[in-house]
Write a protein that binds this ligand. Sequence first.
Ligand SMILES: *Cc1c(COP(=O)(O)O)cnc(C)c1O
Length: 813
Amino acid sequence: MASKLALPTDPPLPERLDRHLLDTVGVVPAQASTGALSQALSQVARAELSRRWVAGEQADGVAKARRVYYLSMEFLIGRSLGNAVAALGLEGPAAESVATHARTLEDLQAQEPDAALGNGGLGRLAACFLDSMATLGLPSFGYGIRYEFGMFAQEIHGGRQVEYPDPWLADGTPWEFPRPETTHRVRFGGWVERAEAPDVPPIWRHAGEVMAKAYDHVVPGHATDRVATLRLWKAAAPAHIDLHAFNSGDYARAAEFKNEYENISWVLYPNDSTPAGRELRLRQEYFFTSASLQDIVARHLAEHGRLANLAEHVAIHLNDTHPAIGVAELMRLLVDEQGFSWAPAWAMTRRIFSYTNHTLMPEALETWSVALMQQVLPRHLEIIFRINHDFLLEAGAQRPGDADFLRRISLIDEHGERRVRMAHLAVVGSHQVNGVSALHSDLLVHTIFADFANLWPGRFCNVTNGVTPRRWLAQANRGLSGVLDARLGPAWRRDLGELRRLAEHAGDPALQADVMAAKRQNKARLAALIDRETGIDVDPASLFDVQVKRIHEYKRQLLNLLHAVTRYRAILAQPHAAWQPRTVIFAGKAASSYHRAKQIIRLIHDVGAVVNDDARIGGRLKVVFVPNYGVAAAELIMPGADLSEQISTAGTEASGTGNMKLALNGALTIGTDDGANIEIRQAVGDSNIFIFGKRTHEVAAMRAAGYQPLRLYESNPQLKGVLDSIAAGAFSPDEPTRYRDLVDSLLWGGDHYLLLADYEDYVATQGRVDALYADPAAWARKAILNIAGMGPFSADRTIGEYAERIWSLPVRS
Ligand SMILES: *Cc1c(COP(=O)(O)O)cnc(C)c1O
């Protein structure tokens, strides 16, 4: 892309670095600390990003480009320095100039706090997407909330998770560009006043308002001058707020008022799978959605002078239902504020929005009580009722007399307390709805959206998730990247399909040696991290068996643990057998109110405490938990894994992206036929992956037939022994009943996620893993075939599909 800005020629990088040390950071270059160097290098990158952003905005403005706006409550960005330096092509010179200060780039990167504005997969997906949107040259904005406190920091005290606030902005960040001139008013509460004339929109007499102030993060594309913008909104009290209290000297009271407004952008809800059910969460959703839509409308008006062609130039994507209130908000902006009549406004709205569903689990589908919405967003509730009224008329005409059908599809759930179904609002207000893996998208149209799919079959499609190869391979795994560069050249960074060319060399001993040498180094680095964080000594020659993801019952960390205990007991029973040494590595956070998940974290620690110190097993099994899982930890863990645990109950994991990152880094997968595991199996070949367990239809059939976990327990002595030992306190001798209720939940509580049903196959499959690992060449060959097959799981492929099928945007790259 030709930049239309006349840029001054820059001095060489060492000079720029020293100049920033002196001018911006305020230190003597020769005495700069690691932190000061990190800041100065960030400033060098920031200046370049700033120019690229300005050039891109100018070019898009002149071209009156069609843009995509990606609305997401979460962006799990991680650190920015390493990514920026690589994307700007500054790695070589940066490393050299940093070396003159006796530091490495890694030292500088480690200074940066993780920007953890998300919980897990959904938020990380949004961050990977921005990277790909920039790299593919899409005119694009991400929109979200500038949380003062991101995802909590996790510490482990006495085997238990303790949560600490994450003040990631406490020392400021070099990566944001405050845009004080970009501020929007977001209103709440009050009542709606009918207009006198029939065609005049009603007036919303709001009760309060808050200002949304824009802060931009510039996201560089790789090997292109294009950037994407992540615009995050901070809540600020309006200037006039209780001036009276302030003037009369009551500062505390004035500050209290201010806080009531500003708390909207204070903290990320530490839970992405259940509605927090609280008013503040609804306010957060509306706050950032309204600010974003006002911003989009203002930008369009500035560029085009009219809104009639809005749908030609704007695509708005809803990342899950958190921003689904946007459907009603755009109608309000068009009808109440811009003078559109209902029908054309609705036609535009439907063309503009699209929606991604991320879960089928009923407890995770967002609804808001009508009473709460009446109180917080009275005008939006009216608009939702009108949309629903029209929709039910339209749908009812297709199936006359079918009241049950109408009840099922209504935007309002009328069972008990009336509630607004946000997923239904998103489906009705969008022209395209997608799931995130082939299986998930198929289940969507056969389960929760079956009625809608009957009405509008063309509205539903699949776009399988992906991950950015820049962060998850080039940046996280320099060893393997070097091997790939030597074999394939550097093009895989932008065209991950290039990896396919490795397949024909999978049997080449030289390639195997190189790949496994890189793996061994990454394992040594991971072992050092484990030692630092936990004090546990693990052997990099052992098989590193890794399960890293949020702790949740459906992800079945407990099944993994049952296997670990099985193995422990088996080694004790046959201490002289040739056991393959293993290190079972867990990491992940439990939502602070999720008791069962926290109990599982504690059990992992309790099992580790017994197993790791038992001299009888001679170090052939270790169980470790790496605290504070986040993007930075993931970048260290993924490259060091041999085995990737993806063992959710079939039909519960929408896609997974951790599975992709691990396979891309040469881990073999042990997994169920679930989410994107299925597509990974197809891409790498059945013989290069360990698939076990009940499939989705079998899970459904077992549940329908009346699943009986006790029978499995009674009929499998190995399983019985494991559960009995946990229940009897073998791993909690100081409190023998600690896990009684956990075991009871499996035996008597229905074992909702069917751990016992999959146990036997899982343990047997782990045996096959051992056997393969004992043959290093066979293992290396399969690891290479996994890497070779990962081309389709680049987020570039994913975003290319969104751009073409859903957003109608040309990909230029
Ligand atoms: C990729 C990623 C996830 C998602 O992991 P899954 O295994 O797909 O659940 C969660 N958290 C972080 C920090 C990640 O990088």
